[in-house]
Ligand binder design. Sequence first.
Ligand code: SF4
Length: 402
Amino acid sequence: MLQQRKKTLAVMVGDVQVGWGAPVVVQSMTNTPTKDVFATTMQIKELAMAGSEIVRITVNDDAAAEAVPKIVKNLRDVWVMVPIVGDFHYNGHILLNKFPELAANLDKYRINPGNVGKWEKRDDNFRQIIECAIKYNTPVRIGINGGSLDDDLLSANMEANAQLDTPKEAGQVFIDSMVESALLSVEKALEYGMPENMMTISVKMSDIQDMVQCYTMLSEKTNLPLHLGLTEAGWSTKGIVSSSIALGLLLQQWIGDTIRVSITPEPGAKRSLEVEVCKNILQTIGIRSFQPLITSCPGCGRTSSDTFQVLSKQIGDEIAEKYDEWKDKYKDFTTTNIAVMGCIVNGPGEARNADIGIFLPGDGENPTIPVYVRGKSYKNLKWNKVFEEFMAILIDYFEGNI
Ligand code: SF4
């Protein structure tokens, strides 16, 4: 059972609400050079079409800063309204002041307090970014990252810890410093006049246990919305599994108002995979519904052929292909549970528990293919037309005819 959701403050990023009971927001980040206006515009469109509700782009130099207003205009001209977040490191204060159009066109600024400068310069640079945010009425994310935690703060905390009679483990001091860095930055931003309801926080780390502890501690100390992410999650399966576990552990405690999955993409792979993973995490844990959920078994020695695997894939592919049309056309489309099973052992149970379910006969079983709708036996299908007949029943179900 999910616990009671914590009420955080509502922060508006463009037209998207983060926190205060809003659905957990899906975010992503481009990997095109921002100065390449065409490539970045196209990738933002791809991410938005895949379901990313906020997209972040890096703003690392003058060329990127000059490109941002053009990218935003290109997107709005074709009604892609997804809010755009600028990711700043080292020179955010310079770029935001030098390029007013950049500052005005972004829907949020991401600040990494570990990368804004050292000591007095750090405070002054940070203040300049906050003043821009206030001037342009733009929210910020205080984005702490384990890979670039403020050195000065960490060294001071390590030294103080070493003087204690019973010093903490170095790893614990690191986690404490992550949380402290976030909260100190929030405090400073408030001092400089930033309204409280214009800030979100993240404390990303690459170790799952540390990251979960860090966010859990932070959640107890602030009402600001939390942006969850396991940083540097890694490649393909490893990246997906580790992000799912990390985000799942926190979401299960209802910690987190927006999520991003940082998977290293295969060369040439679609960037939108990270959006698909976010959506699957939220849907699988039962927080949001984006598309019909297909439950299917892995198959085993009882499976008589690969028909059930083929069928499961065909149904998934058909739903993906018709997604844009069906999600608007059919009221219950995104919340429908479908079961596709391989034999009589768990087939009838899963088929009955789903909104609509089918199970194929396993080795040596009665060669019928039963379909269940809302828990009741509905029809037996023919072997040679199983996909076509099942899809016809599914559409009838979506249309409310059965
Ligand atoms: S439902 Fe049947 S085919 Fe599928 S995994 Fe279980 S025993 Fe194997």
